[in-house]
Design a protein around this ligand. Structure first.
Ligand code: GDP
Ligand code: ZN
Length: 348
């Protein structure tokens, strides 16, 4: 297995150098299952677990991560000893009490935002995905699939281009081959791509035509299901024969907004720009005098739908922040109670 085709390069090699001296080997996380990982290394595919130290520190390897492993090639197993610094990361709020963001995919270079040119078409959803992509650090590219089913492809494309500032937008069609070259040009050797889009928009079809074979449906790994039995599961990181790596994890399919402030202002750079012209820096863009946002709405330079979409995302982020604060508060209370109890128990 060739590390370069998996995306390994000089700067990862540099980050890995300290681990080299410890006799560790570089590997990339290809799948994460309940009780173990699958990693790709120069020794081939290995099943791996995380060193206790990693688990203790709460450092969690995610699909796409480059890791330093202690390999046991004769058993086709390895132990993950360290996670190399990430270039990009998709994160979501962790379930239950954990306040830390959870990385669900790492080191993604390009995100294909896939939207069908049929009933699935929704500019607001595209805006939302663009926000997530910017926030992760990856470069977004919008693919409008099923172009063969659409009468006015250009009009739809312009509609998307008007909101997708600085983002390439391509109509594509699996049956006619339209746009596939453009998609391939963003993939390329060693680049890691991920797909975002509703179910049924043509994500697997796209990967399969790009790869020239049924990659997503056919590549499978044997995984331990935690009860000592082996079940067959899908790989979440797939090497495309013409170059490039496709990442497809369950977590990517259920992304939630998490601290996407920066992404929001990039995706809505036009509104962000307007807000700097409001007379008051804490303008809520409601009844304040000298509000540049309301002025733009009034004279039509800002579309009402786009404004509403921005508002909705903003509120969602605010909600997330409040929930997170509440969680922190309740944890602090619990900690205090634990402490008080411990004091009582030792003070007799
Ligand atoms: P996924 O859920 O996003 O992976 O979607 P699939 O790849 O499974 O595709 C869903 C359906 O859309 C399948 O019936 C495909 O054959 C169909 N489909 C995918 N791409 C195209 C396309 O470019 N044109 C047309 N007409 N149908 C497509
Ligand atoms: Zn304002």
């Amino acid at each position: 297995m060739n590390l370069e085709s998996l995306g390994w390069d000089a700067s990862y090699a540099e980050a890995f150098r300290p681990h080299e001296q410890d006799g560790l080997a570089p590997a990339r996380v290809a799948a994460e299952h309940r009780s173990e990982y699958v990693v790709y290394s120069a020794l081939g595919e290995l099943r791996a677990d995380a060193a206790g130290r990693l688990r203790f520190d709460g450092e969690h390897a995610a699909v796409g991560d480059w890791v330093a492993v202690a390999p046991r090639p004769d058993e086709l197993r390895a132990t993950i000893q360290a996670v190399l610094p990430r270039r990009t990361a998709f994160v979501r709020k962790a379930p239950w009490l954990e306040t830390k963001a959870q990385v669900i995919a790492a080191n993604v270079d390009v995100v294909f935002i896939v939207c069908g040119l049929d009933a699935n078409f929704n500019v607001r959803r595209i805006e939302r995905y663009i926000t997530l992509a910017w926030e992760s650090g990856a470069e977004p590219v919008v693919l409008l699939t099923k172009a063969d089913l659409c009468e006015d492809v250009d009009a739809r494309r312009w509609e998307v281009e008007a909101v997708a500032i600085g983002v390439p937008v391509y109509p594509v069609s699996a049956p006619t081959g339209e746009g596939l070259d453009a998609v391939a040009s963003h993939l390329g050797d060693g680049r890691t791509a991920a797909l975002l889009g509703s179910s049924g928009v043509g994500k697997s079809t796209l990967v399969n035509v790009l790869a020239g074979e049924e990659l997503l449906a056919t590549q499978e790994v044997r995984a331990d299901d935690g009860r000592g039995r082996h079940t067959t599961t899908h790989r979440q990181l797939v090497v495309v024969p013409q170059g490039g790596v496709m990442l497809d994890t369950p977590g990517m399919r259920e992304l939630q907004l998490w601290d996407a402030d920066e992404g929001l202002s990039t995706a809505f750079a036009d509104i962000d720009e307007l807000t700097t012209d409001c007379r008051f820096s804490d303008c809520a863009h409601e009844r304040e005098p000298g509000c540049a946002v309301r002025a733009a709405l009034a004279d039509g330079t800002l579309e009402r739908d786009r404004f509403d979409s921005w508002r909705k995302l903003e509120r969602e982020l605010e909600g997330l922040r409040i929930r997170q604060d509440a969680r922190l508060l309740s944890e602090a209370r619990k900690e205090r109670r634990r402490f008080a109890r411990a004091m009582r128990n030792t003070a007799y």
